[in-house]
Design a protein around this ligand. Structure first.
Ligand SMILES: Cc1ncc(COP(=O)(O)O)c(C=O)c1O
Length: 239
């Protein structure tokens, strides 16, 4: 049996948001060829994109979903997978000879599970998934103001994950040569101004906590704009 695995929105790869029909079509193709669909929701799961799970926004279900990070909001390490009834039944029905034996030392760690339950209660009680959706819209719309800078090639995001891509040429999207280290220099400039995040090359990624305030989002966008101007000064508003 074959399987297709992917992140609903690529995270560390530079926040690549697929077009709306991508995942429904992948689901159709997998069904047509009897291929399992595995969603890696380690980053996107439990609210990050403004839905509990990113694939649910596209109206489809994976056969297997992997998750970690936000199930405990990172306060305790816990990861896991969810499987469809069909897969669970196949596992349950396996005879001794066909059972796939595997284990991790800390599987089903009770402290991790208790932290997850408490954390999920807080996410529900405080409406943090909805908050991530609303703040995400604010973040994206404010980041889009940075697109006026001629070296901003793309601004993209879904929920509280977003990215600003810096390019040498806005029209052709030609990248800066790696040795110019534009991304790392902008990262250093944002750090000097009090913001730390993660880069992928010249793509500046943002994934703030669900409890971020609108004022902090404004500040983040301000810092990134100021840092871009500091590293690429001749560009903004240049004749
Ligand atoms: C989307 C995604 N999947 C999987 C992993 C790896 O997870 P783990 O460290 O739990 O193996 C990561 C780690 O950052 C990730 O971002």
């Amino acid at each position: 049996m074959a399987a297709f695995i992917g992140e609903p929105v690529q995270g560390a790869g530079g926040v690549i948001v697929p077009q709306d029909d991508y995942w429904p079509r992948i689901r159709q193709i997998c069904d047509r060829h009897n291929v399992l669909l595995i969603a890696d929701e380690v980053i996107t799961g439990f609210g990050r994109t403004g839905d509990w799970f990113a694939l649910s926004r596209y109206g489809i279900k994976p056969d297997i979903v992997s998750f970690a990070k936000a199930i405990t909001s990172g306060y305790f390490p816990l990861g896991g997978i969810g499987v469809s009834d069909q897969i669970a039944e196949a596992i349950d029905a396996a005879t001794d000879q066909r059972t796939w034996m595997h284990a991790y030392t800390y599987s089903a760690h009770p402290t991790g599970c208790a932290v997850a339950l408490a954390n999920l209660d807080i996410i529900k009680r405080e409406g943090l998934v909805q908050r991530a959706a609303e703040l995400g819209q604010l973040l994206l719309s404010r980041l889009k103001t940075l697109a006026a800078h001629p070296n901003v090639g793309d601004v993209r995001g879904l929920g509280l994950m977003a990215a600003v891509e810096l390019v040498a040429d806005q029209k052709t999207k030609a990248e800066f040569p790696p040795e110019s280290k534009i991304g790392p220099r902008i990262h250093a400039a944002t750090q000097e101004r009090g913001m730390f995040t993660r880069l992928r090359g010249d793509v500046y990624n943002l994934a703030p906590p669900f409890i971020t305030t609108p004022a902090q989002i404004e500040r983040m966008v301000q810092i990134l704009g100021d840092s871009t101007d500091a590293v690429l000064p001749a560009m903004r508003g240049a004749p």
